[in-house]
Design a protein around this ligand. Structure first.
Ligand SMILES: C[S@@+](CC[C@H](N)C(=O)[O-])C[C@H]1O[C@@H](n2cnc3c(N)ncnc32)[C@H](O)[C@@H]1O
Length: 266
């Protein structure tokens, strides 16, 4: 057997043709969209399920293209704002134009670069888990986690720590505007089976473990929580935040339903 034939057998999965390279898949998608290319993203879940998700166009959309639910959520934002996982900065830009002092944070270098190029004045590469180290206490009057970004609390174990850290950098009368969806409002067999798989391994049903794929790139695997209102209330109850109300859409955003925005105060 020649060297080439034995090399492939010994080098492991990372050398397999077609295996994605770990990198800033989401950020590259945003950069390409910003450069005028047509883009897409694929979500891969840790049970092997894969599916298409919103492409760049969604992340660059303007206020009047948003759902009525997202538009209404912006009415709960006050004062100085922290936009958590700001992506290409659609909420940060809207709020900045409305006169708010806005800081956007994102883990993706590509997202930070694109948001900055689009005009977000203060955008930084910060992991939501590190906000208490990145900002002074009592800095923000509002924290927004839009585009289902309540999901960034990750899992039931991680959520209270992240919500505590966000409370630390928020003022005493701050508001947290957190979008997500109740994952159990679905009759899709694959999703129902995944929720059961999660319960069996001691996770909340909507505690997704996913990565984003774009071209030959994949992000690191990460935890992203889809939470029913009762779950959001329970997790917040362990922290300074309380779930005051939920904003329900006039029309559900997806066929499955379950979309809402939680309004939490301290
Ligand atoms: C679903 S997108 C939402 C983007 C934006 N909020 C919107 O609605 O257009 C999720 C964003 O969160 C960012 N993100 C993922 N993990 C993060 C983390 N640990 N800390 C901060 N941002 C994170 C991603 O890079 C991505 O930009």
């Amino acid at each position: 057997m020649d060297d080439a034939a034995t090399d492939g057998a010994d080098d492991g999965a990372s050398e397999r043709p077609g295996e994605p390279q770990t990198g800033d898949a989401f950020g590259e998608m945003l950069r390409d969209h910003h450069a005028g290319e047509e883009t897409y993203q694929i979500i891969e879940r840790d049970d092997g399920w894969i599916g298409p998700s919103a492409g760049g166009e969604h992340y660059f959309s303007e206020f009047d293209e948003w759902t009525e639910l997202e538009q209404r959520a912006m009415g709960h934002v006050d004062g100085r704002v922290l936009d958590v996982g700001c992506g290409a900065g659609r909420h940060a830009l809207y709020l900045q134009n409305e006169g708010h002092d806005v800081t956007g944070i994102d883990l993706s270098p590509g997202a930070v670069a694109v948001a900055r190029e689009r005009g977000v004045e203060d955008v930084r590469e910060v992991d939501v888990a590190d906000v208490a180290e990145a900002f002074d206490a009592d800095t923000f009057d509002s924290v927004v986690m839009m585009g289902n970004n309540f999901g960034l609390v990750g899992t039931a174990d991680r959520a209270p720590g992240i919500l505590d850290a966000l409370a630390e950098v928020a003022t005493d009368d701050a508001t947290l505007v957190a979008q997500t969806r109740d994952p159990t409002v679905t009759d899709d067999d694959d999703h129902v089976a995944y929720h059961e798989f999660n319960r069996e391994r001691g996770r909340l049903p909507g505690a997704l473990r996913i990565r984003v794929r774009y071209g030959g790139l994949a992000t690191e695997w990460s935890d992203y929580l889809m939470a029913a209102p009762e779950t959001m209330a329970d997790l917040a109850g362990e922290t300074p935040w309380d779930l005051d109300e939920t904003l329900e859409p006039d029309e559900q955003l997806t066929d499955a339903g379950g979309d809402y925005v939680g309004i939490l105060t301290r």
